[in-house]
Design a protein around this ligand. Structure first.
Ligand SMILES: [Fe+2]
Length: 242
C-alpha cells in the first residue's frame, strides 16, 4: 500500500487546538510520517468566530513547509480547513472556494456535536446545490448522525463524501463513536479515513492502527481505498504535485 493521504489534520502550529509550537508541529509531522502518511491536508478550524484570513493561512502553510524542510521531514502538506456548518451562512463564495482541500477538492465541513435546533444540514445541501463538493468530518462523533443513519445517507446520496476518524475505529472516542463508525462503513456511507490528529502523542495519527483493526474485524473492507486511493482522487492533481 502506498502512502496515506490524510485529508483532515490540525498541523499548523499556534493557530487552533493543534500543536501549540513549531516544535510540536514538527513532532506531529514526524508522527504522521511514521504512521505512513505521505500527503496531509492542514485543516485548521474555521468557525463562526474563529476566522483566519486567507492570506495568513497561505503564509502559515508556506512557513510550515519551510519548517519541515529545515527539519528534514518529508511530508507533502496541502491547503484546507475544517469549516463549521454554522459558519457557512456567513462565508462568501471566494472564501468557500479558497478553503477547499488542495484548492479545488471538497470542502471539509464539521457538523455541530450536539443536537442543534432545526435541521443543521440545509447549509450543506445549499453548498452542494451550488456545485461545491463536501467531505463531512467525523460523522461518527456527531449526535445527529449517531442516532440515525438517514441524515448521513441523504447527504451522501446528494453527493457528499464522509470521513471517519482513524482513532474512532480503535475506540479513542468511546464505544458509541466506534460502533457508529463501523455501522457507517458497513452501510457503504464512508469514503475516507483520516487522522484528525492534533498532537504527536496526545492526539496522534492512528491510521495504520485503524486499518489493522479493520483488517481484523472487517476483512472485506478495502482499507487502501479509504486511506489512500479515494482521498487521492478527491484532491486535485495540482495540489498533489505542488
Ligand atoms: Fe478536526
Amino acid at each position: 500500500m502506498s502512502g496515506f493521504v490524510d485529508l483532515h489534520c490540525h498541523l499548523l502550529p499556534a493557530l487552533d487546538d493543534g500543536p501549540a509550537t513549531d516544535a510540536l508541529a514538527v513532532d506531529l509531522a514526524r508522527a504522521l510520517v511514521a504512521d505512513g502518511v505521505t500527503t496531509v491536508a492542514a485543516t485548521p478550524h474555521r468557525t463562526a468566530t474563529f476566522i483566519t484570513p486567507l492570506d495568513e493561512l497561505i503564509e502559515r502553510r508556506a512557513a510550515l513547509d519551510r519548517l519541515l524542510h529545515e527539519h528534514g521531514v518529508e511530508l507533502e502538506v496541502i491547503h484546507g480547513a475544517e469549516v463549521a456548518v454554522n459558519a457557512l451562512v456567513d462565508m462568501d463564495a471566494t472564501e468557500l472556494a479558497a478553503l477547499r482541500l488542495g484548492g479545488s477538492g471538497p470542502l471539509l465541513v464539521e457538523f455541530p456535536r450536539a443536537d442543534a435546533f432545526g435541521d443543521p444540514s440545509w447549509p450543506v445541501r445549499e453548498l452542494m446545490d451550488a456545485g461545491v463538493p463536501v467531505l463531512i468530518a467525523h460523522p461518527e462523533r456527531i449526535a445527529l448522525f449517531q442516532q440515525d443513519l438517514a441524515p448521513l445517507r441523504d447527504l451522501v446520496e446528494r453527493g457528499a463524501h464522509a470521513q471517519v476518524t482513524s482513532g474512532a475505529l480503535i475506540g479513542r472516542f468511546g464505544r458509541t463513536a466506534q460502533s457508529s463508525a463501523l455501522d457507517m462503513i458497513d452501510h457503504g456511507l464512508v469514503d475516507v479515513i483520516a487522522s484528525d490528529a492534533h498532537h504527536g502523542e496526545l492526539r496522534p495519527p492512528e491510521t495504520s492502527a485503524a486499518l489493522a483493526w479493520l483488517a481484523e474485524y472487517r476483512p472485506n473492507v478495502d482499507g487502501a481505498a479509504l486511506a489512500v486511493h479515494t482521498p487521492r482522487v478527491l484532491i486535485p492533481p495540482q495540489a498533489q504535485a505542488s
